[in-house]
Design a protein around this ligand. Sequence first.
Ligand SMILES: C[S@@+](CC[C@H](N)C(=O)[O-])C[C@H]1O[C@@H](n2cnc3c(N)ncnc32)[C@H](O)[C@@H]1O
Length: 264
Amino acid sequence: MLSSVMPLHEVNPIATCFSQAACSYDSAAHLQREVGQQLLQLCPSALAVQHWLDLGCGTGYFSQQLAQRYPQAQGCGVDIAQGMLQHAQRLRPYASYLCADAQALPLVSNSVDLIFSSMALQWCDDFAAVLAEAKRVLKPNGIIAFTSVAEGTLYELKHSWQAVDNQPHINQFRRFADYQRLCEASGLKVVHLRCQTLQQHFSSVRELSQNLKQLGAHHVQTGRNNGLTSRQQYMKLSQAYEQQRQPQGLPVTWQMVYAVLQAV
Ligand SMILES: C[S@@+](CC[C@H](N)C(=O)[O-])C[C@H]1O[C@@H](n2cnc3c(N)ncnc32)[C@H](O)[C@@H]1O
């Protein structure tokens, strides 16, 4: 299935953030676990799987689940962050692991039955390229099942930062309508596509920031320096966020996209 294994040097700042978070990721990934489990349930049980990919596999938690679900199949976890892959390899040697970008897969065409991808594809600027690569590597009737994050995610944090300065502190996530449009245009059959609002609660802004950092999800893609927050900025941010406090704590909204597409 693999045409080559080309290790990337981490000039990619997204990869660097995720690599640095490899050791803390699992203990912080509560929402990510729930979302990935839901995605596993959307993967058709009748699908005959010889080769699967876990695209944006991170620490390999779902690669392990896929290996258990399809014990006869060959599996491969793919990620852009070397640190994540080293961690996955050490902790979960149930699959082979490949360092590659979902937008340009070093895999031969027509070789994969199932692509599973949970909470990774929002980091890809060119989502049409991701879908084109999926279509290329999938066998006829093969499936890509993914979750991703849409606009509206972390809006409370975004809104609170607006009280501090005009810098972009939160990534600009694709609109759900754009996911719909790109999936419809991909040449893959859209079997399932929906957006669900999920909410988490944190006791403080510091706890939320720490959680995002432990996940490696704190890199901001749009031309802002990803520098430290001063004490004064933090106080202002915290005051603004407190206006939104609920009985359970400070709310954090996620707009989660769930999709299953099939190669025809
Ligand atoms: C939030 S983690 C999700 C990990 C795992 N799928 C899970 O659900 O626990 C996102 C992962 O996507 C990877 N990623 C980001 N951009 C990528 C890209 N262009 N190609 C492949 N992986 C990418 C990151 O390195 C990171 O490990």
